[in-house]
Design a protein around this ligand. Structure first.
Ligand code: TAP
Length: 496
């Protein structure tokens, strides 16, 4: 029986014979094969990047006003909403995400991000600096040209929107590279861009592995900027590879974030927040707070609350509206998260619930399922404390003082997010300032707004995404000095 072939997206069409279609794409909820994916080698990547450069240089794109680009993005946001059900079905198959999460979380956020940058497109303001009466000093912004957007597999639509919308609003062309395991959402997204009227070639997609396709993309000389979301180790590699050609890089990488519960907190709400943070998207979320730091005097009570509430979490067939937690999205991530559970079982911490593979009924019996797991007695220095598991595992750590809580929170190599739970306003602000992270929630958790920038600290990355600053990151600065006085002295005065 012939299988579906997923092919790269070049100038508004799928390029079917771009390379060998050897990679099997799997539905992680069932383990069933969805189709085969083409891999772009260096020559195919070069052809796609060159086509993007041509699309960028087209007079119709060069002369398009920022407001018109914004108008195209508005159409794209409308299409995301109008075609939400079809997009949800695509993503459900490719990532196994619960349908309720896609419907109420990922799709609305995708549309909101695109709409924010639609409005931002014509709000970029250069500046006039004070010079002398003889000269006017201007500072303006220009697009880079062709940029690369390298995506992870955990939130394909949101991540595509976070790169395409600001890049296009700023007037660039962009080549996306989705994770090899999850190409479907990115391909559907790119097709929608063309339907919205974004000229073919402005959003192209290469397919294949990071080591072959991704590497060829970042090394191509026509790529002027790389915006990467993924692991810290690959981010470090990309930064080094980009150095030879002095490309701009934006890196949004891993996290091992802390949610701090002080004894005076509303424990009910804090428990809800911790469970959402740890288990939404099966823990495959960079900003999730997978370390729960609890003041000792309420630790036993709070851990009991977490365990009790976690029993209500429905895990299973993602097509079921009641399902809250789905599978691990890739086999390798499933195996990696399981290895941490083995590590936890061998360590001094206690497994309060979960701790192994989850058994899910047909048709999901062969999917990549892990039980939502809560660990107690975790301490800095343990692997489950220090390393990003990127699975449904909450690690509970006890502390005595505010100072100790901050020290534990900041003790990891990452600095992405944090959450603080207390009714003491001064303490909340003190701890928020002490957190060495790009974002911090106080008495709330995971609320995401396109207008708020995310700028990772430490080994969580470099640069900025989202917000107006996220759009300026897709623009080069240029200074122009204009002489306006023909009699002004110039040079050494040799002419007179
Ligand atoms: P990675 O393994 O780092 O992969 C991310 C992307 O980079 C994939 O498309 C991958 O391709 C590609 N890649 C790998 N090697 C490459 C190379 N040499 N050149 C160019 N591209 C290369 O991450 P992942 O496992 O997909 O995602 C999980 C990680 O992403 C976690 O650490 C998570 O914290 C992080 N993440 C961070 C954020 C933010 S906002 N900070 C958001 C989401 C996720 P293949 O997979 O096809 O090989």
């Amino acid at each position: 029986m012939s299988q579906t072939v997923y092919a790269p997206f070049l100038n508004g069409e799928f390029w079917i014979d771009a390379g060998p279609a050897d990679f099997t794409v799997i539905n992680p909820a069932t383990g069933q094969t969805l189709g085969r994916e083409t891999e772009c080698g260096a020559a195919a990547v070069a052809r796609i990047v060159e086509a993007s450069q041509q699309a960028f240089l087209e007079p119709s794109w060069q002369k398009m006003s920022a407001a018109e680009r914004g108008g195209l993005l508005l159409k794209l946001a409308d299409l995301v909403e109008q075609q939400a059900e079809a997009l949800i079905q695509t993503e459900l198959q490719d990532t196994g995400k619960p349908i309720s999460q896609l419907r109420t979380g990922e799709l609305p956020l995708t549309a909101a991000i695109i709409r924010f940058y639609a409005g931002a497109a014509d709000k970029v303001e250069g500046s006039i600096k004070s010079g002398t009466p003889n000269e006017i000093l201007l500072q303006i912004y220009e697009p880079y040209g062709v940029v690369a957007g390298i995506l992870p597999w955990n939130y394909p639509f949101v991540n595509a929107a976070m790169k395409v919308a600001p890049a296009v609003a700023a007037g660039n062309a962009i080549v996306l590279k989705p994770a090899q395991e999850t190409p479907l959402g990115t391909l559907a997204f790119a097709k929608l861009c063309v339907e919205a009227g974004i000229p073919p070639g402005i959003v192209n997609v290469v397919l294949g592995s990071g080591s072959t396709t991704g590497q060829a993309l970042i090394e191509h000389p026509l790529i002027k900027k790389v915006s990467f979301t993924g692991s810290t180790s690959v981010g470090q590699h990309i930064q080094k590879a980009a150095a030879d050609q002095m490309k701009m890089v934006n890196l949004e990488c891993g996290g091992k974030n802390a949610l701090i519960v002080f004894a005076d907190a509303d424990l009910d709400r804090a428990a809800e927040a911790a469970l959402l943070s740890g288990f939404v998207n099966a823990g495959q979320l960079c900003v999730s707070c997978s370390r729960v730091l609890i003041e000792s005097s309420v630790a036993a009570e709070f851990e009991a609350l977490l365990v009790e509430r976690s029993k209500k979490i429905v895990m299973g067939d993602p097509r079921n509206e009641a399902t809250l937690v789905g599978p691990m999205i890739t086999r390798s991530q499933y195996e990696s998260a399981l290895s941490y559970l083995i590590e936890a079982a061998d360590s001094e911490c206690e497994i309060l619930c979960g701790g192994s593979k989850a058994r899910i009924a047909a048709p999901c019996e062969n999917g990549f399922w892990i039980e939502p797991t809560i660990l107690s007695g975790v301490r800095p220095g343990m692997k489950v404390h220090d390393e990003e598991i990127f699975g449904p595992v909450l690690s509970c750590v006890r502390f005595e003082t505010e100072k100790e809580a901050v020290a534990i929170a900041n003790s990891v190599i990452y600095g992405l997010s944090g959450s603080i739970w207390t009714k003491d306003g001064s303490k909340a602000l003190r701890v928020a300032r002490a957190f060495d992270t790009g974002i911090c929630w106080v008495n709330t958790m995971l609320s995401g707004y396109p207008q708020i920038s995310l700028s990772p600290h430490k080994l969580s990355g470099t640069g900025v995404e989202l917000g107006m600053e996220g759009m300026l990151a897709y623009l080069k600065r240029k200074s122009i000095v204009i002489g306006i006085d023909d009699d002004a002295p110039i040079g050494w005065g040799l002419k007179r």
